[in-house]
Design a protein around this ligand. Structure first.
Ligand code: GDP
Length: 337
């Protein structure tokens, strides 16, 4: 970004973020979420300027079906962490809002206590765009929160489509919240979410402790059959009550153990490097795809070729090759000298 400089206003904005001002942080996030090209350029410059101030936080992803108690859990956890002197940012990835027009995560009043606290920052999911777009903005918002001195970043998502994989791909520790009724754990296993989990938590254990213990035991044996993603960590299964705030301290102690084990073995740094690379490639892929579609020759030929593929008049492979070989698309402008 050598040709771009921060404007005076954005300099002040960057300083405001670094000073931990919530208003500056909110404004900076609004800038990165803007779809206006001039805002995007300013956002890139701002992020580059703040990048040296990022990376220090513990990034925790939390998922679970609607109603499992995510917001209750995050509020209880957040309050506990604040008591211990942490500053906590809560972000969300909710692609459902762009698909259904309504949000699964964001509409109701959530986390009343936490949202009143100076030491907390709560930001709902960007409300438009594909999952990729929403995730990209959330990743950038996470960096801004880190620059603003928040040392625990919680990214919440619901079990919709690919959103769990996406959030697991941007956090250090991925937590799956479960309900203590039979069958729920099997659903999660089928969907492959359990493979992503570093910690599994059965919430609402106060309602039926026996069922919670049974669910936890089933989950432990299911996890034991999976190949652990690390030689230094077997995902533990806990039971808690978010409303009664039972065993929330145990949960955080477990998360801290995870962080320590992964840091000492070098796996956390390796994971973050992999995540950054994957993120870059995701942006390259979506950027190339967008440029490809904008090429006049491709834009003209695409509808006819799509129809031909649908009608069985040509194979997808032949159609793809013809489109990719069309002159004047993105690659022709690349120079490698
Ligand atoms: P979310 O949709 O996953 O964010 O779930 P919420 O946090 O909104 O919780 C859904 C409902 O479950 C609310 O009525 C909560 O009060 C309730 N709830 C959450 N955690 C617990 C818990 O540990 N025990 C009990 N009994 N109820 C809970």
């Amino acid at each position: 970004m050598a040709d771009f400089r921060l404007t005076d206003d954005d300099h002040a904005l960057a300083d405001g973020v670094r000073a931990g001002t919530r208003r500056a942080l909110a404004k900076a996030i609004t800038l990165i979420e803007s779809v206006k090209p001039e805002h995007q350029t300013r956002a890139e410059v701002l992020l580059d300027d703040l990048l040296p101030n990022t990376g220090q936080a513990f990034r925790v992803g939390i998922t679970g079906v609607p109603g499992v108690g995510k917001s209750t859990f995050i509020e209880a956890l957040g309050m506990q962490l604040i008591e211990q002197g942490h500053r906590v940012a809560v972000l969300a990835v909710d692609p459902s809002s762009s698909v259904t027009g309504g949000s699964i995560l964001g509409d109701k009043t959530r986390m009343d206590q936490l949202s009143m606290r100076e030491e907390a920052f709560i930001r709902p999911s960007p409300s438009s765009g594909s999952l990729g777009g929403v995730a990209e903005k959330t990743r950038e918002a996470m960096l801004l929160c880190e620059a603003a001195g928040f040392d625990v970043i919680i990214v919440e998502t619901v079990g919709v489509g690919q959103s769990e994989t996406t959030v697991a791909g941007m956090t250090d520790c991925f937590v799956l919240l479960q309900l203590p009724n039979a069958g729920d754990d099997l659903q999660a296993i089928k969907k492959g979410v359990v493979e992503l989990a570093d910690i599994v938590v059965f919430n609402k254990a106060d309602i039926d402790p026996v069922a919670a213990d049974r669910g936890a035991a089933q989950m432990r044996s299911a996890l034991a059959m999976l190949r652990p993603s690390s030689a230094n960590w077997q995902p533990p299964v806990l039971t808690v009550s978010a409303t009664r705030r039972i065993a929330m301290a145990d949960f955080w102690a477990t998360a801290e153990q995870y962080r320590q084990a992964m840091s000492e073995s070098g796996e956390l740094a390796a994971k973050r490097r992999r995540q950054s690379q994957a993120w870059m490639w995701q942006l390259i892929d979506s950027g190339l795809r967008a440029r490809f579609r904008r090429q006049p020759s491709v834009a003209t030929a695409l509808p006819k070729l799509t129809e031909a593929v649908e009608a069985g008049l040509t194979t997808p492979a032949a159609a793809a090759r013809r489109l990719l070989d069309m002159p004047g698309h993105a690659f022709d402008n690349l120079k490698f000298d």
